[in-house]
Design a protein around this ligand. Structure first.
Ligand SMILES: [Zn+2]
Length: 499
């Protein structure tokens, strides 16, 4: 039998190997990457030293460490070639032995690990060998064979079991964490897709997209080697915060959209109510438009009142995101409905009361308030819509420069009753339109004398050539060949010609 110092008992190298694997798992699980990486490299080299010692128990310590270091180095350097990549492609699990990339610094840590392992063998193996020899001598005696055999089976089994259980524990933890992260990433992708064009600040979506990419890279990282327990938990926190930021921005966007959609609904509702009131009055007088169009508008106004009442700024804060997003769409749709139904009723009323295609019925015709009107400065008994008076004054100044006198105004704004007084329903070609159908009732028309020559005079020619630059025009229906030739009727270019 060789001297005890010359060999490393296999039980010793096995125990050291198992302890090293456990330490490696613990280092991966518990240490931050900057520390865990070098420690892992050292433990890897040490493990190889124990394995070489296991295979060659009688090899000198220095040679054992050198062989282990050579193997580590060869594996690391092989990453500069395509060989390990080819192996990893076929056997993914091989990455736990081969690693995945080349790192020059790793070589130094391997060296340190191999040196420490060699030193440890020098210290430990003489004692271990002595103990082993003693055991062998005991074993050589015949007596307790059964107990020894049981121990010979149970001890390695327990050691291997411990390694497997520790590895399985780390693996299970990583797998549970990954599952939770996968579910969260899937849900977050839906949030990301749904929020396109629905956030006030698009950078929150970019941030979420970036966080999800990070999460994907954590999920695709090699468990234990590249992904430690806690990595997935950490990125989950980031995903949660990114999703919350997107939802908050989406909510702000929905509130703004709802508020903006609500704004024009109130005036549309007001205009509808005005039309309804006027058409109700005409219906009472026997000139009503179709009942169905009036009912449609009345229903739309009712729905508008309900929605306006339930979507006040104080209500928006308490609404869920989905509710808010629907609200904005509902408000916009209702506004279109109200405007459409209003136009439909005006069109129907126009067909009943305004016989000519160039006439348009407006509920406010002849019912403008004094605030909407302004007296014509040189003929203050007449008035036009307040915003049009400046243009008329400018036109008059140019006219006066040409003809040495003001425009002679015979008629301008006419109230409903004034129009009623001049309208003659029994005349088949009435000079004055029915009430509500004349643009005199809108304050956008003036009747000014063109002199006895009418269409053929210098005044009409001058007006025809110049009035438009001041915002006034002579409509086709009043032209020499029109439905009702009236050289004196001039109207603002802002006079509505269609609903
Ligand atoms: Zn007129």
């Amino acid at each position: 039998m060789p001297p005890a110092e010359a060999r490393v008992p296999r039980t010793t190298s096995t125990v050291l190997a198992v302890a090293t694997v456990l330490a490696g798992l613990a280092a991966r699980a518990l240490l931050p990457t900057p520390v865990g990486g070098p420690v892992g490299d050292m433990l890897y080299a040490m493990l190889l030293v124990w394995l070489v010692a296991l295979l060659l128990p009688r090899s000198p310590r220095l040679l054992t460490s050198a062989i282990a270091l050579a193997v580590c180095t060869a594996i690391e350097v092989s990453h500069l070639t395509d060989v390990p990549a080819g192996i990893l492609e076929r056997v993914p699990a091989a990455r736990y032995v081969l690693g995945t990339t080349f790192g020059a610094a790793d070589l130094a840590w391997y060296g340190l690990g191999a040196f420490l392992a060699g030193a440890l063998l020098v210290v430990v193996s003489p004692r271990a060998a002595a103990v082993d020899d003693a055991l062998r001598r005991v074993r050589a005696e015949p007596a307790p064979a059964v107990g020894r055999r049981v121990a010979a089976v149970l001890v390695p089994l327990a050691l291997v079991g411990t390694v497997v259980a520790a590895g399985a524990g780390v693996g299970r933890t990583l797998s549970i964490e990954a599952e939770a992260l996968v579910a969260q990433v899937d849900a977050a992708r839906v949030v990301l897709d749904d929020s396109a064009d629905r956030v006030t600040d698009d950078s929150v979506r970019s941030a979420l997209s970036g966080t999800l990419d990070e999460a994907e890279s954590v999920l695709s990282a090699t468990p234990v080697l590249e992904r430690r327990p806690g990595d997935a938990v950490e990125i989950r926190g980031q995903v949660e915060r990114s999703v919350a930021a997107v939802q908050e921005s989406r909510r702000a966007f929905a509130i703004t959209a709802a508020t903006e959609a609500r704004g024009p609904l109130a005036p549309a509702r007001q205009a509808a109510a005005t039309v309804l009131a006027a058409t109700d009055e005409l219906a009472d007088e026997g000139h009503g438009a179709g009942r169905r169009v009036r009912t449609a508008l009345r229903d739309a106004v009712g729905a508008t009142d309900d929605l306006l009442a339930s979507s006040g700024p104080d209500r928006l804060d308490g609404m869920a995101l989905g509710e808010l997003e629907h609200l904005a769409a509902d408000l916009a749709a209702l506004r279109e409905e109200v405007v459409g139904a209003t136009t439909a009723l005006m069109t129907a009323q126009d067909a009943v009361v305004c016989p000519e295609p160039d006439q348009l019925w407006f509920p406010e015709g002849g019912r403008l308030s004094d605030d909407d009107l302004a007296p014509i400065p040189w003929a203050p008994q007449h008035a036009v819509r307040a915003d049009l008076v400046d243009g008329l004054v400018a036109l008059d100044e140019a006219y006066r420069a040409e003809f040495g006198q003001h425009l002679t105004v015979n008629s301008a704004y006419r109230s409903y009753d004034d129009q009623l007084a001049v309208h003659d329903p029994t005349n088949p070609n009435p000079l004055a339109a029915p009430p509500g159908c004349s643009n005199h009732g809108l304050g956008t028309a003036v009747d000014v004398s063109m002199g006895p020559e009418g269409f053929d005079g210098a005044r009409f020619s001058w007006m025809k050539a110049n009035a438009e630059q001041y915002g006034w025009t002579h409509p086709d229906w009043a032209g020499p060949g029109g439905r009702l030739p009236e050289p004196w009727h001039w109207e603002s270019v802002e006079t509505p010609v269609a609903y």
